[in-house]
Design a protein around this ligand. Structure first.
Ligand code: GRF
Length: 191
């Protein structure tokens, strides 16, 4: 009997370019597939991307309701937070420990934590005088951006960088890194 692809749920709040990178990378994969997209926002661009790819979607009524999120995650084997801006309730974290990951647009543990999202991250990196930034994929635990780091891709800071320019280059790195990590974890889940 051939094994079924690992079922991946993606949680989103925004435009969903990382979701798109996953949809594109897993499209022909026998290893993993995006099986559900979950959002706290019905108007998130990511929801449109999911629908265009015929992936089932769930809009959360209350993102702090663990039972509601657990019901949406029924049957999922790996959970990816891709631009999801809400804290995942602790009972959900513990149910998916080691099988729930987040992507962050900086080199954690620096420039993470509550309020560190979007352009604020890149503005803080530039203001610090750092010479590099990057993308981090890490396991999710009970605290924003704190869980164990799985992989990072570094991005050099260029003279005259603005938060927008840096964000665009980091985002390209995210789109390479996230599918790579998801496929690697799916491989481990199938072993
Ligand atoms: C990405 O930079 C991600 O790292 C961060 O939010 C942004 C989401 O972008 N957590 P998108 O919705 O995937 O386009």
């Amino acid at each position: 009997m051939t094994e079924q692809p690992v079922r991946v749920a993606v949680l989103v709040s925004g435009g969903g370019t990382n979701l798109q990178a996953l949809l594109d990378a897993l499209h022909d994969s026998t290893l993993a597939r995006v099986a559900r997209v979950i959002s706290n926002r019905p108007d998130a661009g990511a929801i449109g991307r999911a629908r265009r790819s015929a992936v089932p979607t769930t809009i959360l009524r209350d993102p702090s309701d663990a039972a509601e999120l657990l019901a949406a995650l029924e049957g999922m084997q790996l959970v990816v937070l891709a631009g999801y801006l809400k804290l995942v309730p602790a009972p959900v974290v513990s149910q998916f420990r080691g099988r729930m990951i987040n992507i962050h647009p900086a080199l954690l543990p620096a420039f993470g934590g509550p309020g560190m999202y979007g352009q604020r991250v890149h503005a803080a990196v530039l203001a610090s005088g750092a010479t590099e930034s990057g993308a981090t994929v890490h396991f999710v635990d009970e605290v924003f951006d704190r869980g164990a780091i799985i992989a990072q891709e570094r991005v050099r800071i260029e003279p005259g960088d603005t938060p927008e320019r840096l964000a665009a280059r980091v985002l390209e790195a995210e789109h390479r890194l996230l599918p790579r990590v998801v496929l690697e974890l799916a491989r481990r889940i199938r072993e």
